[in-house]
Design a protein around this ligand. Structure first.
Ligand SMILES: CC(C)(COP(=O)(O)OP(=O)(O)OC[C@H]1O[C@@H](n2cnc3c(N)ncnc32)[C@H](O)[C@@H]1OP(=O)(O)O)[C@@H](O)C(=O)NCCC(=O)NCCS
Length: 160
């Protein structure tokens, strides 16, 4: 397996499929607190991916297995001042590995590449958000040493 910095334009259809996979998971576990999903067309997503791939502040990494796109990670440097948060830090906004490629260490390798990228940029704080239902991803992050610093709770009441 190879991890590459950046992706090719012809990778975009496969990247869109991987992104949709994350959306499907959320849809299957949707909490009542969340609004219905906003439908983003493939064409809009293609434009987003093209922008992300060109942005120097975005760390975009793909994993290839025998030439096939197996997964990707998207991270960005956050530098905007915030009263609560120490800046700068690296935020991991997306991580996805194709179903047939899961369980072989690709997610771990992508995460480690993002950590290296953060350090290459002189940054040693990395953060991400993960849904509580996503046990697989939580286990992966905890194995890598991530710790929960905030937790959002909800309760759905019976209406009167
Ligand atoms: C989360 C995800 C990226 C993991 O990718 P992966 O390539 O399978 O991960 P790895 O093979 O590196 O596995 C790393 C660890 O994850 C955990 N893990 C992997 N598959 C698991 C499973 N089926 N059940 C529970 N934990 C699992 C294990 O702790 C594993 O470590 P181990 O092999 O030492 O036991 C992948 O499942 C995925 O793309 N999921 C859908 C998108 C998503 O949820 N992204 C994260 C959004 S926050």
């Amino acid at each position: 397996m190879d991890i590459e910095h950046g992706a090719k334009l012809e990778d975009i259809p496969e990247l869109i499929k991987l992104h949709r996979y994350g959306e499907e998971l959320l849809e299957a576990n949707r909490s009542q607190f969340l609004t219905d999903p906003i439908i983003i067309t493939d064409e809009q997503l293609k434009g987003d991916f093209m922008e992300w791939l060109e942005d120097p502040d975005i760390g975009f990494f793909v994993a290839r297995e025998n030439g096939n796109l197996a997964g990707f990670a998207l991270a960005m440097v956050v530098e905007e001042p915030d009263d609560l948060i120490n800046i700068p830090y690296v935020s991991i906004n997306e991580l996805a590995v194709g179903k047939e490629f899961q369980g072989f260490g690709i997610g771990t390798a992508l995460m480690k590449r993002v950590e290296d990228w953060a350090l290459e940029n002189g940054i040693n704080i990395v953060q991400l958000n993960v849904w509580e239902f996503n046990q697989k991803a939580k286990t992966l992050y905890e194995k890598l040493g991530f710790k929960t610093i905030q937790c959002q709770m909800e309760k759905v009441l019976d209406k009167r």
